[in-house]
Design a protein. Structure first.
Length: 67
């Protein structure tokens, strides 16, 4: 599955790389929400996908912190 591969890639990254990935995902989410508000967004499902990716990144960060 695509998501399993993405999670495995996240687990292989360092804490700094995960933070960078998290910041870029949050920026992307902001831009998508802005485009949606101005009716410029074609693929609204991308918002849901990015939100879930943010949650995945935060989960991996938390798991690494506990380990």
């Amino acid at each position: 599955m695509k998501t399993n591969k993405y999670v495995e890639e996240l687990k292989a990254k360092s804490a700094d790389e995960l933070q960078t990935e998290l910041v870029s995902a949050k920026k992307e989410l902001f831009n998508l929400k802005f485009q949606n508000a101005t009716n410029q967004l074609d693929n609204t499902a991308r918002i849901k996908e990015v939100r879930r990716n943010i949650a995945r990144i935060q989960t991996v960060i938390t798991q690494n912190a506990k380990a």
